[in-house]
Design a protein around this ligand. Structure first.
Ligand SMILES: [Zn+2]
Length: 279
């Protein structure tokens, strides 16, 4: 089976010491492509370097809503240059995040040092990046946390990439799927959703049309529940253990169970969807 990771952060520094082993494990697990998302300006050169070294990496460059507040004056020129340097490059990770504003603790270590941009400022950056993707005919990968209604309203009036865009780790409502799909969305299932506490998502992923379905790890984030974790997480000195990206195979297995299809049939469908969206 050929597996494709629709969304991860393989360039992340916490994975760097383990990189050789990770790429061997990915090859053994059948992972043949992975969209690697740089989500801040500091990430972009790291993603470019990894894409140059590893053929399975599909580079993607964007400003994540967490990083919008700390953008530099020339971020748009730098992002445009990243896309123009590589015709395979996509736009992402971009999006909207209300969790950071309303629910995140003031001292959440993941947000340390970041100015938390208000939703209107996030929306302006998102709209501009979607238009860039549309202009360059590149796919885009979107993050949405606690802002499903606002995202839907924005997308209805935004310029969007004609080939489609990904709503990564979609955890919104089942009812929302059809509306987003009409606007060009693909939906990527994350292995963390196999946690029994996320059981409501089973109905959500039953509602996703087969031709809009993708699978992702978001590694080093979003670990699978322990019984599902096939590759052990890497310890991280000052943070949560890092999800091994070869756990993609376990995510496929879980989603195949949820959808009542064989892993091979799911893999064939997802490979076709991945190629249609990401090229
Ligand atoms: Zn991500």
């Amino acid at each position: 089976m050929v597996l494709c990771d629709a969304h991860n952060h393989l360039h992340d520094a916490v994975l760097a010491p383990h990189r050789a082993g990770i790429f061997a494990d990915l090859a053994a697990a059948g992972v043949q492509a992975a969209v690697v998302n740089g989500s801040s300006e500091a990430d972009w050169p790291e993603v470019a370097a990894l894409a140059a070294a590893q053929p399975l990496v599909r580079p993607s460059y964007g400003l994540h809503p967490w990083d919008v507040g700390n953008r530099t004056a020339d971020w748009q020129a730098r992002l445009t240059a990243c896309l123009d340097a590589d015709p395979r490059a996509a736009v992402g990770e971009i999006g909207l995040d209300r969790w950071m504003l309303d629910r995140a603790a003031p001292d959440d270590p993941r947000l340390a040092g970041l100015r938390r941009a208000p939703l209107a400022e996030q929306a302006e950056a998102l709209r501009w990046q979607l238009a860039l993707a549309a202009d360059r005919q590149r796919p885009a990968s979107l993050h949405c946390l606690g802002a499903q209604g606002a995202l839907f309203d924005l997308l209805r009036t935004a310029r969007r990439p004609e080939r489609g865009w990904l709503l990564h780790a979609y955890s919104g409502s089942a009812e929302g799927v059809a509306g987003f799909a009409t606007l060009g969305a693909y939906f990527s299932f994350n292995g963390a959703f196999l946690d029994p506490r996320q059981a409501r998502l089973r109905a959500v992923y039953a509602a996703v049309p087969a031709d809009r379905l993708l699978v992702e790890t978001d590694a080093p984030a979003m670990r699978l529940p322990a019984p599902r974790e096939e590759f052990a997480a890497f310890p991280v000195a000052d943070g949560a253990p890092a999800n091994h990206p070869a756990n993609l195979r376990a995510a496929y297995a879980g989603l195949a169970e949820w959808r009542g299809v064989t892993p091979a049939a799911l893999a064939a469908q997802v490979q076709e969807n991945f190629a249609r969206l990401f090229g």
